[in-house]
Design a protein around this ligand. Structure first.
Ligand SMILES: [Zn+2]
Length: 497
């Protein structure tokens, strides 16, 4: 069944959107949240388990100090208050990939609460309130075998891998984000993007959305314009790229608006995002009263971080993102617009690393935001997931600076990089891309271009130097683009003026 959608503009003319974002971050600790099992990704199924993370009777959990430290640092970076005393709680529900039949989480006593993050969209700052950041553990993974979809429906049997069960997670929940108007989907995307940047800066997670170490649920509701109330919300689960965060929010705005405009009501439910078709579909009905029978975890001592420890951890925080952006803009001499585009494309760190590898700021910007952002757009890929790294871009630029490549040839090197053909130097060699520096070959091409275009040559002899463009074009064509256009121009003018 396909949903009816209202056009985005019509939806915004009648309704105010309210966003809510829940982000789960897998921490990069060496061991799990409550046991000493390793957390490395991609190991043989069920080889990183023990009685505690399998929930066997009699096993006792112990809190991972590094995970608590990461949780506090995340809370501080999000301008949260840090609890002086808090507990874990059991969230009771049955699911096959959760061997204990409860998840050890936090309920009404989160370690961090009441913070905010300022998010920039198109030069405007939106303050996103942070309700809480709490500690919990991940579940295992189910694998459904047989059937065509990989889903449980139609499968012959299912397998469970508990390697991920018990990996530390931090869940970061925003307060309702209001007043963003038609920018709501972009604010959602920018929030997750900046949060990812912040977590990367803290070094607490590898924040790979495509591997699931950062997962986002997008809550959305609409209320009649100007009413100041909150509508019924839906929760779109596991939206796994920044682009999808924006698309899913936009889709739900249009879907809610069509439902409400038709005089029906929105069901409070979870929705599934479908990356391929760009739609959400109904999941399960959800009420605020879902009864997880929370109670304080009796097997774990409360977490009571001393104020001295919190102060020590505060001192380890990296430069806040907005200060960092302002400093980099000054250092690089970027205009506001250039900086905004760089941040918006998710390329700040990439540009920074490219510059650190010796590339002039404007050249780094040109390649990432011109060439590579365009390719990322075309292939609907995140710019950081293209497979091109800052060192490659820096090398391409130095080949341009050395005169081995011109911009045209450099673009072909990027083609090779995107196709996984090796390093820039290997691609230049394999594709034969280097500029012809052989003066004999160049001179011969210039002479034959002059001979073939006597009328153009006469114009230049008469002082119309601008006409040289036609001859340069002819030489470049003859040299299949592998000539330095400036040198070609010099050779032409030497002969004709
Ligand atoms: Zn274990």
């Amino acid at each position: 069944m396909t949903d009816t959608l209202l056009s985005y503009d019509a939806a915004l003319a009648e309704f105010d959107p309210a966003l809510g974002l829940e982000v789960h971050v897998e921490l990069n600790t060496a061991t799990k949240m409550f046991c000493g099992c390793p957390t490395a990704f991609g190991a043989e199924p069920n080889t990183q388990t023990c009685p505690t993370c399998l929930g066997l009777p009699g096993s006792m959990p112990v809190v991972n100090t590094v995970a608590v430290e990461s949780a506090i640092r995340i809370g501080l970076a999000l301008n949260c208050r840090i609890a002086e005393w808090c507990r874990f709680a059991r969230k009771n529900y049955f699911y096959p990939d959760m061997p204990k039949n409860f998840q050890t989480s936090q309920y009404d006593e989160p370690i961090a609460f009441d913070g905010y993050m300022d998010v920039e969209v198109d030069g405007e700052t939106h303050r996103v309130g942070i309700e809480r950041a709490h500690m919990e553990e991940d579940t295992g993974k189910s694998l459904h075998v047989g059937g065509s979809s990989g889903r449980i429906h139609g499968a012959d049997y299912s397998l469970v891998d508990y390697n991920r069960a018990g990996i530390p997670l931090i869940e970061i929940v925003t307060k309702p984000v209001l007043g963003t108007g038609d920018k709501a989907p972009e604010v959602a995307r920018a929030y997750v993007g900046q949060l990812r940047e912040l977590l990367l800066g803290l070094g607490v997670s590898d924040v790979r959305m495509e591997q699931g170490s950062l997962r986002c649920d997008v809550n959305l509701s609409l209320a009649p314009k100007g009413s100041g109330t909150l509508g019924t919300r839906t929760e779109t689960k596991n939206v796994n790229s920044l682009r999808s965060v924006e698309r899913a929010a936009r889709y739900e705005v249009q879907r809610h608006a069509a439902v409400l405009a038709g005089g029906r009501r929105v069901f409070q439910e979870t929705r599934h995002w479908h990356e391929d078709t760009g739609v959400t579909t109904s999941g399960r009905e959800k009420s605020d009263a879902d009864d997880y029978r929370y109670f304080p975890e009796p097997d774990l001592v409360p977490v009571a971080p001393s104020r001295e420890w919190v102060a020590e951890l505060r001192a380890t925080l990296p430069e806040p993102p907005h200060e960092r952006r302002a400093r980099l803009q000054r250092e690089w001499g970027f205009s506001d617009l250039e900086m905004r585009d760089t941040v918006g494309a998710g390329a700040l760190g990439l540009v920074e690393d490219t510059i650190a590898a010796g590339t002039p700021p404007q050249a780094a910007r040109k390649w990432w935001l011109g060439e590579l952002a365009r390719r990322a757009n075309e292939t609907e890929t995140e710019i950081g997931a293209l497979g091109v790294v800052p060192a490659d871009v820096a090398r391409v630029q130095s080949l341009v600076d050395e005169g081995t490549l011109n911009d045209q040839l450099a673009r072909q090197v990027f083609d090779g990089l995107l196709a996984g053909e090796g390093t820039p130097d290997e691609i230049v060699a394999a594709r034969g891309l280097a500029l012809v520096s052989d003066e004999h070959a160049l001179s011969a091409a210039v002479d034959s271009a002059i001979a073939a275009n006597p009328d153009v040559a006469d114009k230049i002899r008469d002082g119309k130097v601008a006409a040289a463009g036609a001859l340069i074009g002819a030489v470049m064509k003859e040299m299949r683009g592998q000539a330095d256009a400036n040198r070609v121009r010099e050779l032409i003018l030497e002969r004709l003026t």
